[in-house]
Design a protein around this ligand. Sequence first.
Ligand code: MSP
Length: 659
Amino acid sequence: MSDNRFYITTPIYYPSDKLHIGHTYCTVATDAIARYQRLRGREVMFLTGTDEHGQKIEDKAAEAGVSPKEFVDKIVCGDRGVLDLWKLMNISNDRFIRTTDDYHVSAIQKIFKKMYENGDIYKGKYVGKYCKPCESFWTESQLVDGKCPDCGREVQDAEEEAYFFRLSKYADRIQDLLENTDFLEPRSRVNEMVNNFIKPGLEDLCVSRTSFTWGVPVDFDPGHVVYVWVDALSNYITALGYDNDKYDDFDKFWPADVHIVGKEIVRFHSIIWPAMLMSLGLPLPRKVFGHGWLLLDGGKMSKSKGNVVDPYILAEMFGVDALRFFLMRTFPFGSDGNFSNELLIQTINTDLANDLGNLVSRTTAMVGKYFGGQLPAGCKTWAEPQEVDTQLISMASALRDAYQKDMDTYAPHKALEEVFKVIQRANKYIDENAPWALAKDMEQSGARLAHVLYNLLETTRICGVLLTPFMPESMDKLFAQIGACEGCRTWDSAGVWGSLSDHATVSKGENLFPRVDAEKALEELERVAEEAKKAALPALEVEPLSEEHVDFDTFCKNDLRAVKVVNCENVKKSNKLLKFTLDDGTGTHRQILSGIAQYYKPEELIGKTLVAIVNLPPRKMMGQESQGMLISAVHTERGEEKLNLLMVSDAIPAGAKLC
Ligand code: MSP
């Protein structure tokens, strides 16, 4: 193992539904940290992937009428699937594992067998509760109000022959690991784990299932499949080549430097995973970091609530970098945060359009206007620096170290806070120096003006380097605009004031972060959300069949006739009613009023042959008499009521009786 390597992972995703902004948050955060480590010069292995086994997937596939593999393939590799999303979000993972990959499956079988052979896995009988959506076993005492303590949903009774992992054996070592090292962060999560899971007594874990088949088969006991969490957690080592020949950098990268995980799966990563590794005799990861959740209106995002936020839509509307930045800047990484579109737009407009965007565009525009795009050589230094120069330069020079401290402690939101303090200071520096006033007398103040602009470019460069892990594409454009060479985009150069050449070629390019018209954007998002809600509604709903019988004689009393539409028009002052003049075969016209104006234009019905019930007592509507009722078919499509008049063949003569 070399000291320079850095191994970082995100949880591998359940491809049971499309990913939402919460999943994106976790992967973007991990990506920013991985990019930061690369910037530091580390050899990074960044792993993500998909966790494709388990009963939930098997059930969903059955519902969709496809095989589980076909089902997951579509969500992982299909249009706007997991792979597409990570590509769009510019996720720089070095490896992608699918737990259905052959090499992983056979490695899991070996891992399971090893733990069986060393006595840590034994056969027994499971009696307890199981939460299908979470794929978690629970004991009665762990339930909250009789429901799953993680998701609050109903649990099912489960009783089956199963293999167990001797988790209890490792309880003391795990408690020591959690309490006496920095293994798990933030610290608040340690108390949660110790008090809720370890102190009440760590029970052995059921690690095989027999009631479904979509999993890694236990090769020495047909009928059993490996518990999905044992399968999933092991991805962190199989993806490096542990117990397989597909890869061979296990020795180089293991132990992981950090597993970034959401708070609800900290339990699996900080208790079960270290115990498994202890059983296998492998070193433990250096850290598990449990981040908070993005909430919507204070509650959880979930497909069943219909309130998930689609990252594709946000990235397409506001830009990938703006979205990445917003996620990292706004929510303290270890805590929960409330997502809202308003907050997203506000952050883009304040930080990106106003503060950073303006700094770049004002500075580059002035270098263009006053110096033709190139400052005079020698403007880097100023014989008698003014107080404002010293303030800006010392803040920008100290920035990298403060940022490093925050990034190393998994507080990217704080690192960004530091960067934006400097950006705000630089904007103030423009106002303090009023370059436009200096430009009025270039002979007298030209040199001072060049120095002021250099200080601004250099501050922008340092901030740009440190923002690269968060907004890689935009920072490349920024560097091009301020003329930053390759050598002054590096971590080292971010710590050295004056790295930018004072003779760099500056060009005012495209506006990096256009201002968002909040009202228009919110309206558009609302429209899209409405559409998504509709799309989630059942495609087709018909009324349940009546269970009440009607006797034949009563039915026969309905006088149903074919009628021809002689005329049809809107009823004045009503937006619902149409007035029909009908030929009912009697030689005199019949008038029927029908509340279907929203479905038909009157002229399109003239000449059609419809069906009417003609022996209803006449009734008045909007002062006009209706002599019967036209028959229509009614159903609901995506929440919207649809109506179709019953039309019959024109070969049927007016007055023909329907029976
Ligand atoms: N398959 C498991 C992980 C196995 S790792 C060995 C799993 N998958 S998941 O798709 O349900 O969740 C993946 C990650 O997304 C988790 O870290 C979870 O916390 C995170 N998030 C899901 N919804 C989230 C929010 N609303 N907010 C932030 N992160 C959230 O768990």
